[in-house]
Design a protein around this ligand. Structure first.
Ligand code: COA
Length: 195
């Protein structure tokens, strides 16, 4: 079963395998495999924190991290930023996602955004901004498949780095009351759902 769940130590094995795959393509290098291997619980706690240090330089907004799990296997990571502010507004948008390299081109990318939009609805976001690099064909397709409407292309120079992004908006269907009830359940199980 495919689910977006809060980070959990129970996926340690497949998460570390996925991280090795990400490292091979130079992503998430700030998470050292040996450190996480020794202290995975601390990493899970950090993933459950509302502000993530790796994003602080760009996005100083609270966000909730979810992991995409296919049964007991870690498949991807989803970030939901709770509001837009300055740079997040311009280049980051509300949402970020990545699928582990070994599971790409199997529809997980489209699925993670679909499930993530349900989380956005539960949080009360009625409209979300997504951005992607112009040459990221897969992400563009995923956004469009999930109802993304192209707004504009932007370019921003930040600390000497030129960011060029395509901006899309997705209208989020209002959360069903059952969704809100589930969020309450998330709170009761002790997972940190954010503010
Ligand atoms: C972008 C990413 C999430 C796509 O994940 P995925 O699981 O491969 O996506 P899907 O299998 O749902 O594919 C969606 C579409 O993109 C296409 N696609 C996937 N990878 C592609 C690639 N490298 N080049 C061109 N098209 C690609 C698929 O064929 C599919 O097209 P279709 O709908 O016409 O069949 C994944 O490549 C990734 O994690 N990349 C690194 C992080 C990233 O770029 N995140 C997005 C930031 S905005």
């Amino acid at each position: 079963m495919l689910e977006l769940i809060r980070p959990t130590a129970s996926l340690k094995q497949s998460y570390l395998e996925a991280l090795a795959e990400f490292h091979a393509e130079r992503r998430f290098l700030y998470h050292r495999l040996d450190v996480l291997q020794r202290n995975f619980d601390a990493h899970v706690q950090a993933e459950c924190a509302l502000i993530h240090w790796e994003n602080i330089a760009l996005f100083r907004v609270p966000e909730t991290i979810y992991w995409l799990a296919d049964d007991d296997t870690f498949v991807g990571r989803f970030e939901l930023r709770h509001r837009l502010d300055n740079l997040a507004d311009d280049i980051g948008g509300h949402i970020g996602y990545s699928i582990r390299p070994g599971r790409r081109r199997q529809g997980y990318g489209a699925a993670i955004l679909k499930l993530g939009l349900e989380k956005a609805a539960q949080r009360g976001l009625s409209r979300v901004l997504l951005t992607c690099d112009p040459d990221n064909t897969a992400s563009r397709k995923i956004i469009e498949k999930n109802g993304g409407l192209f707004e504009k292309r932007i370019e921003r120079m930040i600390d000497g780095v030129l960011y060029c992004k395509l901006r899309y908006w997705i209208e989020v269907p209002i959360a069903h009351p059952a969704g809100l009830a589930n969020m309450g359940a998330e709170r009761k199980t002790g997972h940190q759902p954010g503010i």
